[in-house]
Design a protein around this ligand. Sequence first.
Ligand SMILES: Nc1ncnc2c1ncn2[C@@H]1O[C@H](COP(=O)(O)OP(=O)(O)O)[C@@H](O)[C@H]1O
Ligand SMILES: [Mg+2]
Length: 289
Amino acid sequence: MTLEPNVKQIKENVWKVEENGSKYSLKRYHSMSTAVKVKHVHEELEKIDFPHMVPVLPSEDRLLLQQPWLENARPVSYKRRRDRTDSLAALQALHQTNVYFDWKASPYLHTYPLLTKWMDRLSRFLDHRIFFQEMLGVRRVQEIIFYAKEALPIVRQYNREPGQQTLLHGDVVHHNILRDQNGVIRLIDFDLACLSSPDTELALWSHRVLPHVSYNVHFLFGEQRAIDDMKPGAKAMLLYPNELLREWLHLLTLPDQNQQKLARQLIPFTEAALSAWPKLWYDVEQSLK
Ligand SMILES: Nc1ncnc2c1ncn2[C@@H]1O[C@H](COP(=O)(O)OP(=O)(O)O)[C@@H](O)[C@H]1O
Ligand SMILES: [Mg+2]
């Protein structure tokens, strides 16, 4: 007897499906190149039994990604020391898979366009400057723009040489890093997987983590050796107010009502970040010397 599948929509293009006693996630891609890239990365990682991923189940449709559902998994919390340490270790293990694979030779993976992406982020923020001023006030908007403009040339200056490249996850937001019911960290959502130096991902991870440790760079360097060991090029990246720009630009994509709701959360988030930025800037500059 075949039972009707039980389907629950998780996001616009992600479903949880329960069928014949097994549970899996189903993700529909709009882009063939992303779907092919994500499957390729998983196929390679499966060859070495990489422990921090979720295998891909066979599927007829090339735009569909099917994976076993991780029951009782929960996203890591960057507020917790254990989750910071374990998520970082899983990402480092991912970067170290370049011992087994020549990721650079893969036709599906492209170099992370960090500077282009960040310049584009700032220019979109500038395009909507008046709108953001109405929500956030002139002074705060000026400060965000000031820090972003000051940081970019420093990041550029310290990142002239491309350095060693490996596979990066590319989107280390906490809900793409799950702890399964056995305590193992599983990286999901490789849609933005790309090539760059491991340090680039560690800097992007630090951007996500810093709001949860009061933007205390010294504390993070002290807690996570890998972050302290980052090259100056990656440490310089910490100067760029990446989270602020990303969050405010994300707000633009929402319907009116949701914009107001998110703004109420983003205003205190922005105030906390901006009041911590002078010290963060000083500490990062000291670490570059
Ligand atoms: N195999 C899985 N097991 C458990 N939860 C999953 C699984 N795949 C996806 N999810 C859940 O669905 C969410 C969205 O999936 P994700 O691939 O990250 O989509 P998006 O690209 O929209 O972020 C994840 O954050 C996670 O909570
Ligand atoms: Mg995701």
